[in-house]
Design a protein around this ligand. Structure first.
Ligand SMILES: [Zn+2]
Length: 149
């Protein structure tokens, strides 16, 4: 029943489909400025290899923003060296992130996204330092660092 219906529609719509086969303009625009690797993280929940981010060695004062939409997520005061190989923060700017549980590993872990654009940033673990005891484990490619002038 469903199969027959699909067939009838596609037969009648053939001309329309051909006319719209050009790539959509809005998709092309959104892709500008982000590398393939960054897009994989932000849009497909990817993870960069450990110790690959130059932000691990970033010790200057400044702010960390979503690489996709520029939303302010962390400040340099929240950053610490976790030794895990990913930029780590014990806190985040209130209201900048949204969380959801992710069951890709055997145990659930909280995956978090930029609250402004929905881009995947990283995962939050409960083994961070005081006062929050949280570790916001972030992909460096999903962030843009802006040093304080
Ligand atoms: Zn964003």
């Amino acid at each position: 029943m469903i199969l027959k219906l699909t067939k009838e529609i596609s037969a009648g719509e053939t001309d329309k489909i051909d006319a719209n086969s050009e790539p959509s303009n809005s998709q092309t625009k959104q892709a500008i400025g982000l590398s393939t690797e960054a897009k994989k993280i932000l849009e497909q929940n990817g993870t960069e290899p450990p110790f690959s981010s130059h932000l691990l060695y970033e010790n200057r004062k400044g702010t960390y923003h979503c690489a996709k939409c520029d939303n302010l997520i962390f400040t340099s005061d929240m950053k610490y060296d976790s030794g895990t190989g990913w930029p780590s923060f014990y806190d985040h700017v209130e209201g900048s992130l949204s969380k959801r549980l992710d069951f890709k590993l055997l145990f659930p872990r909280a995956e978090y996204h930029c609250r402004n654009c929905g881009g995947h940033q990283g995962h939050v673990f409960k083994d961070g330092p005081a006062p929050t005891f949280l570790r916001w484990c972030n992909n460096g490619l999903a962030l843009t660092f802006k040093p304080t002038k």
